[in-house]
Design a binder for this molecule. Sequence first.
Ligand code: F6P
Length: 544
Amino acid sequence: MTSSIQASNAWRKLAELAENQRNLHLRDLFNADAQRFADFSLAHDGLLLDYSKQRLSRETLAAWCDLWQSADVPGWIARMRAGEHINGSEDRAVLHIALRERSSEARPEVREVLGRMRDFCAAVQGGAWLGASGERITDIVNIGIGGSDLGPRMITQALAAQCQPALRVRYVANLDAADLATTLADLQPQRTLFVVASKTFTTQETMTNARSARAWLVAALGEAAVARHFVAVSTNLAEVAKFGIDPTNTFAFWDWVGGRFSLWSAIGLPIALAVGFANFERLLDGAHAMDRHFFSAPPERNLPGILALIDIWNIDFLGAGNRAVLPYSQSLALLPRYLQQLEMESNGKRVGRDGQPVSCATAPVVWGEAGTNGQHAFYQLIHQGGRLIPCEFIALKEADFSLPGHHAMLLANCFAQSEALMRGKTLQEARDELHSAGLAADKVAQLAPFKVFPGNQPSTTLLLDRLDPCALGQLIALYEHKTFVQGIVWGINSFDQWGVEYGKQLAARLLPMLEGAQPITALDSSTAALIGACRQAKNAAGSS
Ligand code: F6P
């Protein structure tokens, strides 16, 4: 069993603190300490992290600094930066940080691909790159899934205010034909450019969608048109060539870039097409600025470090199994989905780097929705459902789209939620409120219990000056490093993803049975019956 960190004095100290603080209420912590916000917040480069509404004390912070050393976070950072193969089970380096290195230190291969991306964007945006029939490209369709989709899709939406109006960028990921078919429905082949994005270029969803898109294009414009309407982004150039995409239309990246950390590589091409290459560079600059902060700031002032502490504290010491990500920004509506892959694929692990079972809880279930929409759906449960649900609010000081009145209301709602979650409302307060509203005593007694809010629900608020490419780069790199720190502390490899393999393996076995090419044999009764029902329906449809 991987237990070294749990045996450390720092971990034991945190366990002891959690036990002693079990009955403390956030409301009391604020009442007792006017300094609380000042002590539990960090401001850095346009980003304000308020974690004063977490159930932490100064002693927790001190123990965290010890845990940082016990887990050897500085050593792991150094190993990552040196290009050691810290992704042990895949025997790979982890160097997405090298993709945003912008000084003379930048790797020549990274610079070369960035240069090609810049030229390609200029050609498509400026009209030098034309479709096979001589028309300008007006629509880009990125075909990819997981890390080859979620990051670019989220960033493109987040930077909608910067999007180039002449070029619409869409994303197709799902194997379900509904995704591609509905996307193609209002597109014209002669003006559409497909970016096939896949690190491996073997992913079933992406290759199936790419083949169907190719067939759609060839049916309209002929085989020769593929060269003007398909480009690829991949580490597997041999497979790209086999698919029939011209090597000169291929943008490479490398096996030291993990899929969910790849938006900074050529996987970011649709971002650059959507918002312009200069904005893509600013995104890289923002991420690089966060890298520098992460590498140098001490644990008590290290933004990724503090976010990691908060999660570890809530998960391993207070027993939370989940975290709600609640961006009060429609532009960041896809952030919860993006973070699901980043955190759950990275840290949803049961064995440590040594292959032995871990003895603590690892990644939480990450979920969420943009505010204020979530308020009218699931906040009821967060407030009164009786579960521990740490919340992460993300808001912008300055709106990216402005209509009179909206932004102040949006922020008022965001801050009100974290206040309500922290403070709660006692039975006496509920009674007083009803009484002041003029209700009769029996009505007050009847209704008051429904109006009680336990509060003490921990939350963090990340307040960005504004949502520009640089700030967004910082924000995403912040989450990447936080995820890395958590993996270090939990003793796991955050950069492999063996858990996605088994389902793929079984699907390959079931496909011929579903298609009727093989008899339904050697299956459990449930799986056999489900396949049987689909085959029956297909046969019935065929014979009618
Ligand atoms: O979900 C598994 C996974 O390997 C992810 O890590 C990756 O981002 C995704 O599949 C897509 O892989 P590829 O870019 O190779 O198509």
